[in-house]
Design a protein around this ligand. Structure first.
Ligand code: F6P
Length: 371
């Protein structure tokens, strides 16, 4: 058996852990030969692959990034390198020339959508869900998210001590694209006073009021704002548009816009903004992400071995499973406004910048951590 493996989209901690787990288990259990594709789908378009040996994937469990390289712009159905041309037939031809029995693709929603389209052209493909945004459908977790939450939580902790010393309003802008998972989880874990996420547009007056009230009592305020957050009646802050990318919008800038908005309305408050940026995607995965990645990788190998193609590995209610790629392609998963994590945050006095948001605790019932 010959199996290809690639890492697509933006990188995140845990990619190497999955590459290692899938490669080792396919080699040890099924005597497979593994072909590493370089730089995601770009490698399939530009015909850049290399054999992966057992030694190549040894010692990479804790290593950040991806030994294969990645690319978040190369789409075989709309390739920027050739004026947006569909080069998927060439990709299919190369896949057959390589003699691959299957391809394991690690990626986010963009990668899963491309996988789904390639599957329809006859590629035997398995997806493994990665992203620090945790915004993929049909899985409670993506690997990389836990590490990003840990990094952002550490930042919240640090901003708290310096904010407390100076009596300032400290704003932390996190990544997460159109979903607020990363801001919500790190905000709750760090005990932020205000959490602003795209799913709950905020009232700037309410945010200012909370900062002023806290200034009179605790002296300082920590705000975690997701890059996709927006004021009521406003829109998301766009940092950059990259027309060559399948997802051309790069969000960013809300942290500074929020600082200005607060300063205009309350000049007595001293406000500082920290934009965490790509630090959230770098470095070594947490133990949780290493465990998840190892299980995702071996589960992907088992799907290959049992011939279950056109599926994405998923974690649902703490169980490993798989779902058809069609279920995840071109869709994302955002934070439900009435989920347990939002309810818990509200219950401990955290503000979401929307005074009308109420979730009665008596109606909550049971809930799992991820919802
Ligand atoms: O999807 C992962 C992510 O880090 C998002 O949170 C962020 O909006 C985006 O990628 C940044 O993309 P780039 O690496 O192109 O700057």
């Amino acid at each position: 058996m010959r199996v290809g493996i690639l890492t697509g989209g933006g990188d995140c901690p845990g990619l190497n852990a999955v590459v290692r787990a899938a490669t080792k288990s396919l080699m040890l259990e099924y005597n497979a030969e593994i072909v590493g594709v370089e730089d995601g789908f770009l490698g399939l378009i530009e015909r850049r692959t290399r054999p992966l040996s057992y030694k190549d994937v040894s010692g990479i469990l804790a290593q950040g990034g991806t030994i294969l390289g990645t690319n978040n712009r190369a789409n075989p159905f709309k390739f920027y390198g050739r004026g947006g041309a569909d080069v998927s037939d060439e990709v299919m031809a190369y896949y057959h020339e390589l003699g691959l029995d299957a391809l394991v693709a690690l990626g986010g929603d963009g990668t899963m959508s491309m996988c789904h389209e390639l599957e329809q052209k006859g590629m035997k493909i398995i997806g493994v869900p990665k992203t620090i945004d945790n915004d993929l459908r049909a899985t409670d977790r993506t690997f990389g998210f836990d590490t990003a939450v840990a990094i952002a939580t550490d930042a919240v902790d640090r901003l708290q001590t310096t904010g407390q010393s100076h009596g300032r309003v400290m704003i932390l802008e996190t990544m997460g694209r159109y979903a607020g998972w990363l801001a919500l989880y790190s905000g709750v874990a760090g005990g932020a006073d205000i959490i602003l996420i795209p799913e709950i547009p905020y009232q700037i007056e309410d945010v200012v009021k909370t900062c002023q009230q806290r200034s009179g009592r605790q002296r300082f305020t920590v705000i975690v704002v997701a890059e996709g957050a927006m004021p009521q009646g406003g829109s998301m802050s766009i940092a950059q548009v990259d027309p060559s990318s399948p997802d051309p919008i790069r969000l960013g800038g809300i942290g500074n816009a929020l600082r200005q908005a607060i300063e205009q309305r309350a000049p007595e408050l001293e406000v500082r903004t920290t934009v965490l940026g790509h630090i959230q995607r770098g470095g070594s995965p947490t133990p949780f992400d290493r465990l998840l990645a190892t299980q995702f990788g071996t589960y992907a190998a088992s799907l290959v071995a049992s011939g279950q193609f056109g599926r994405m590995v998923a974690l649902q209610d703490n169980r490993l499973t798989s779902v058809p790629l069609a279920q995840v392609a071109n869709k994302t998963r955002t934070v439900p406004r009435d989920c347990l994590m939002v309810a818990s945050a509200l219950a401990v006095g955290t503000s979401f910048g929307d005074p009308t948001l109420r979730i009665p605790l008596d109606g909550l019932g049971d809930g799992i951590l991820a919802q």
